[in-house]
Design a protein around this ligand. Structure first.
Ligand code: SF4
Length: 204
């Protein structure tokens, strides 16, 4: 029960997590455009505080990332790709470069292993890693960090198309600029846990 933690700790967790999500309208993060663009838009124009339960999971991931990334002296892990001629940029930052391989760390629950064995890595995580591999010209592995085990999955970038991401970044950037929501996602599973269901329904 995270709620039972002292108020000071809960506040620290919430502040740490919520401060990560403040964004410049001319900088679109690659992680924003992997999922529903309407949700990404609503998160920009009407950000909601992240509930404590969700913040706790993000916080644990943040601590693990911070600690492991510290092992590598790497000043060159951020990318900025122009979104065509808009003046805006698509930005991203990989987690770890070890030798010739980028490791994208995913901190997940133990029961995620069942999903992984059945379905393989999600196409969104693969695309995110391919973006880094494309920019850095390196190999890539997804590293799923669970409580009881670690699973490493090789990713190749042969079917990667940077323009697919740039087009999505452009849609989101224009939507933010014009305050006009993009269309809904076709992946209905994303709607199940979406915090903007109500707003989305009103938009039609
Ligand atoms: S309810 Fe579904 S379509 Fe609407 S914003 Fe959320 S994820 Fe997107």
């Amino acid at each position: 029960m995270i709620e039972l933690l002292p108020e000071k700790i809960k506040q620290h967790i919430l502040n740490t997590v919520n401060n990560q999500f403040k964004k410049d309208p001319d900088r679109i993060s690659v992680t924003e455009i992997l999922y529903c663009l309407r949700k990404a838009y609503l998160r920009r124009i009407n950000p909601k505080p992240i509930p404590l339960n969700q913040a706790w999971r993000i916080y644990i991931g943040t601590i693990i990332h911070r600690d492991l990334e510290r092992l590598y002296d790497d000043e060159d892990k951020k990318f900025e790709i122009p979104i065509y001629n808009t003046g805006a940029v698509l930005v991203g930052k990989y987690d770890i470069l070890d030798g010739d391989t980028i490791y994208e760390l995913k901190v997940v629950d133990d029961n995620y292993d069942y999903f992984l064995s059945k379905n393989g890595p999600s196409k969104e995580y693969v695309e995110q890693l391919q973006f880094y591999m494309h920019n850095k010209k390196k190999k890539g592995k997804l590293a799923y960090l669970m409580h009881k085990k670690v699973k490493i999955i090789d990713v190749d970038s042969k079917d990667f198309d940077i323009n697919k991401l740039l087009r999505r970044a452009l849609i989101l950037w224009e939507a933010i600029k014009e305050k006009k929501p993009p269309g809904k996602t076709l992946s209905k599973w994303q709607c199940k846990t979406c915090e903007y269901k109500e707003e989305c329904m009103k938009l039609g």
